[in-house]
Each structure stands twice: as structure tokens, then as C-alpha cells.
Write a protein that binds this ligand. Sequence first.
Ligand code: FAD
Length: 494
Amino acid sequence: MVKGSKQAVTHARVVIVGTGFAGLGMAIQMKKEGQTDFIVLEKAGDVGGTWRDNNYPGCACDVQSHLYSFSFEPNPNWTRMFAPQPEIWNYLREVTDKHGLRPFIRFNSGLQKAVWDESAHLWRITTSDGAELTANVLISGMGGLSRAAYPNIKGLETFKGKSFHSQDWAHDYDLKGKRVAVIGTGASAIQFVPKVQKQAAHIDLYQRTPPWIMPKPDREITDSERKLFKRFPATQRAFRSAIYWMLESRVAGFVINPRLMKVVERVARSHIRKQIKDPVLRAKVTPDYTIGCKRVLISDDYYPALASSNVDVITTGIQEVRANSIVTTDGVEREIDTLIFGTGFHATDPLPTGMVYGENGVDIMDAWKNGAEAYKGTTVNGFPNLFLIVGPNVGLGHSSMVYMIESQIAYVLDALKLMEKKNIKSLDVKAEPQAAYNRDIQKQLDGAIWSVGGCNSWYIDPKSGKNVTLWPGFTWAFRRKLRKFDADAYVRRA
Ligand SMILES: Cc1cc2nc3c(=O)[nH]c(=O)nc-3n(C[C@H](O)[C@H](O)[C@H](O)COP(=O)(O)OP(=O)(O)OC[C@H]3O[C@@H](n4cnc5c(N)ncnc54)[C@H](O)[C@@H]3O)c2cc1C
């Protein structure tokens, strides 16, 4: 409690925000180090982040579960190569309980505002449930893909039917017999459209850009395999390692020599040919950009769903939404009962405006008006003692985000230890190392597949035209950069 304040203000050395892989992983590692002076803020009522919020039909990871999980918490019980959402959410809840994290978490308590107090070297925090806190260190695990994005379409607010975003699936709403419009054909849509197709009377699928889709190497993990993993954990480690290196080899095409992606493109084209007979539909779903420029997706049931008689793929732009219909720019009006947004997330703004204020009261979003950037994806000049897990340019197009998250956690943990050992009150990354780091990142991105032929995607910040989302290289190279906290890059105040 801070003396002299009107209201009770709780102090913790560290406040962590979020209980997805990032927030939970950070809390677990702190606890393992015996650092228990921390509070975790979670705006929702349970842990799980992405895997709590995204529970639409068909939701599953698209990186093999044996890699898409904590290295220190292997799960021998995954039932499929790509576990469905309930299993991943369950895994995160089990991990939370196993490590006794619940007493540290304040549920339904969202970070509303965090203001850096320069004289006290503290973050002054207010939460959505009216609490006030101070913390020496603020760690954001708020997620790169947690704020739903909606399209800006004329008349959306006039729609009288049922509408929802894939992240807020209306499970109590029966789709049976309904005329459904789906807007968007990204990673979530390709998972839920095949499920909706089986229930709805009809789907109009509004597609702006088709994704490249590869066959999904999914299968059940057999009982005997699971037994083997349980009895001989080394076999599971070997399996994880094999998956890791297999996925890592993709960097060759994404970054080193984008021409290699032609081979991948041939596989994707053949996937379309095998699954879709109608030449008109084939043409509609065949992208006209180099594979890899946008996220490459995997599915075996999406194309067959589109080829069904109750699905129309509409490539003409939407002019407006009316009370019970959608009108396209060619003047055609299609009646609907239900509108589902598969329009993804705000990926290029890692934080909302008006939430985090650093030195001189600067909003981090103003500091990022030319595109978000951080040092090693983690710290931002002018925002002392703030660490962002899954900050700018940490996202991946080819492998597991959990690997990146664990790399960042190790870096932050090292910083916390140093602060304690040397009695450092604040750490602020210097402007020059941050600028140099980002120049280097952007240089690498220039030659990579995401920049080929002016490719545009949700990876690119619309304000600056910069790719502020992806890490352009091998994940082990990122880990190596973050292996040790490099105090020399920081202004340290004792
Ligand atoms: C449908 C879907 C599928 C995906 N599949 C994969 C995959 O297969 N492989 C892969 O590598 N990545 C995948 N991703 C990316 C995925 O988001 C990351 O892998 C990972 O889950 C991110 O974890 P996180 O903890 O950083 O964020 P999140 O899981 O998003 O967690 C953020 C948490 O912070 C909380 N929060 C946010 N704001 C506040 C606030 N102001 N105050 C308090 N709490 C707050 C949220 O409620 C949430 O619990 C997928 C993403 C989606 C949406």
C-alpha cells in the first residue's frame, strides 16, 4: 500500500498483463526463480487468451501441438497432430493449476491505463474494476491477435439479423437452415466455413483475396504413440525437435531465397486441382500473388466445402449491408439471416491508444505513429521498465509462437534478475540500439517473401507501409539475440 494515497493502492514489483501463453509462461518462470512479488491482470474470467476466446467450430492450431506448447510442459496426451481448441485451452488451464498461478491472477481486471512515474520509477496502473496499483515493472502479454477487427462497410449497423465475429462465436444460435454470409477468408474462416457449411441452408462467402492453402498433415496421435511419449519422454522431445527443424527449414523459402517458394506453390496449385473440379471456382480460389507473401494456410476440408452446392464464393466487392441483405458493387442484392465476420484481428497495433504512457506522458501509440517498433521486439525507448511479450516484429509465418514467447521470457527474466542484483530502479533502452535493430530487421524484410512484388497483407502497417509484425528469419537466431539481457543497450538508473 502506498502511504498518503486516498485510495488503497497495491504495490507489486511486477505486474504481468494477460493469461495466454505469454502471461502464463512469464508467471511460471518467475515463480520457478522464486520471484513471487507479482500480480497478473486478466480482463476475462479465465486463463487461456487466444484459446479461451477463439472457440468457433473447427478452431485448432496450425502448428503441430508437440511444438505449439511450452518446452517445459510437454503434453504426451495431444490427440491429434494439430490439437483442437478445447484441448489447447484445457492444457493452459492445467498448466495454470499445476504451477499454482491462480492466486496471483486478478480475473475480470483489465489494464486500463499505465502511466510511468519518472520520479518514483514506477508504473501507476488503473484497472477496469477500479483498482489502483503500482509496479516497478510492467510486462505486457496482451497478445498480438486478441482485438477483433471488423470491416468498414456502409450500412453494417443497419443489419437486423444475427451477426458475430469468429472470436465471439454465438454458440447458442442455431445455424441450421439459415442463409449465412461470411466475410473474410483468412485463417479462422477456413476452419469454420466447412463446419458452417454442414449446418446452414446456404453460405455466401465474400472473398477479397484468396489465401494459398496447403494440404494439412493432420492425423490422430495413436494410443500407443501417447503411451510411448508418456513412458519415454525423450521420444516426445525428439518428436518435438524433428517438427521444429522441419518447420525451420521453411525459412529458406520465406527469407533466404523466395524463388524456392515456387515448389511450394506447385503443391498448393495441385491441392486446388485435386479438391475442386469446377474451373470457375478454381480460378476464384487461386491467388494471383506469390505464395508466402500472406500467411500460408493448411486445410483439407475448406475447398470441398466451397465446392458444395450450398456455397457461393463471391469475389465482387461489398457495396453495402442492408437490414436483411448484402449488396455488391455490381448491384446484386443477396438476402441473409446471419453475418459472420472472419475478418481477423488488429495485428499491427500491439496495444490500444490511450493505455500506456511513458516518459513525458507520451502515449506509446504516438511514439509508434510511424509504425510500431521495439528493441528485440521487447523494449521501447522512452518506456522504462516496460517489456512487451509478442511485441513488434516477433510474429511468425512458419513456426510456433510459443518458441518466440519463451525466448522473450528468458530475456525479461534476465533483466529482472539484473535489476534485483544491481539494485537498478529503471531500465530504458537507448534510442540508437533500438533504431539500429529495426533498420536491420527492415533490411532483412526487404528481400523476404512478404515484400516481393509490393505484396500487401495484415503483416503490413497501413500507416507506415512497414512490416511491423514478423520476425524475418530463423527462430533460433531470435533466441540467440535474446539469450542474455544486454544491459549496455539500456540507460540504467539506480
Ligand atoms: C485462431 C487463432 C489460431 C492461432 N493458431 C496459432 C498456431 O497454430 N500457432 C501459432 O504459433 N500461433 C497461433 N496463433 C497466434 C496466437 O495468438 C499465439 O500463438 C499465442 O497464443 C499468443 O499468446 P499471447 O499470450 O501472447 O496472447 P493471447 O493468447 O492473445 O492472450 C492475451 C491475453 O491478454 C488478455 N488481455 C488483453 N488485453 C488486456 C488488458 N488490457 N488487461 C488485461 N488482460 C488483457 C486477454 O484477455 C488474453 O487472455 C493463433 C491465433 C489465433 C487467433
